[in-house]
Design a protein around this ligand. Structure first.
Ligand code: ADP
Length: 208
């Protein structure tokens, strides 16, 4: 543009968007490959949850900026101190939140975190709730497989790689937790990610 070329802001925006998309895809492929090779070394650190959720929000907010979608973050006070690998956790939450933002045309996307305890241990329960197009029941297991996207017969204007949930499932298990998705077509989706507050032993990357 400085050289006086006839380039419009929207062209520059498209280039930027395509670059980000490509980078996210490469990142997913690298993460999955590293996981399969047993090459992910977890680093436990103390996570500042409000900062982490803010990072997630900042990363995905552009996906809803041109839509009537309210992106909210809901953090209750006095959460337990979480010790986990913050890079893996951040990647999981970005993947879930990006999907929610991409597949929601109107309404809201809410990221929240709550403490949760069962007979075995204390957990943090992250949820990403959207009012988007939803996922058919018979696809809910499949979407965690690499390179899987929901049937294109549903109106889905989306160019993902089908890797985000595969990475999220593997990373959540490395952290000693799990991810599950519930959904109703036409009503929306809720993704739940459970992460132990203190890993009992330092989780190790799975051997190849
Ligand atoms: P990608 O988003 O790159 O296509 P993912 O593995 O993250 O890959 O998701 C797989 C598929 O699951 C998506 O292509 C989409 O069809 C479906 N999906 C995931 N999250 C949602 C959601 N919140 N609402 C509707 N569909 C979803």
């Amino acid at each position: 543009m400085d050289l006086g070329e006839k380039v419009s802001i929207s062209d520059v925006d498209s280039i930027k968007r395509a670059g980000k998309h490509l980078l996210a895809m490469i990142n997913d492929i690298l993460n999955l490959t590293k996981f399969e090779a047993g090459r992910i070394d977890l680093q436990l650190d103390t996570v500042d949850l409000p900062i982490l959720l803010d990072q997630v929000r900042e990363t995905v907010v552009h996906l809803v900026k041109s839509k009537p979608v309210d992106l909210k973050v809901d953090v209750v006070p006095d959460l337990p101190v979480l010790q986990t690998d913050s890079r893996c956790l951040l990647q999981c939450l970005i993947n879930l939140a990006a999907n929610a933002c991409q597949f929601t045309d109107r309404g809201h996307v809410t990221l929240s975190v709550r403490p949760f305890s069962d007979a075995t241990q204390d957990w943090l329960w992250f949820s990403v709730i959207d009012t988007g197009c939803g996922i058919p029941n018979d696809q809910l297991e499949r979407i965690f497989e690499p390179f899987t996207q929901v049937d294109s017969s549903l109106t889905r204007n989306h160019e993902g790689s089908g890797l985000g949930l595969a990475v999220t499932k593997r990373f959540s298990e490395l952290l000693g937790g799990r991810v599950e998705i519930r959904s109703r077509i036409g009503h929306g989706t809720q993704a739940n990610l459970f992460v132990p507050v203190f890993p009992i032993t330092k989780p190790q990357a799975l051997a190849a």
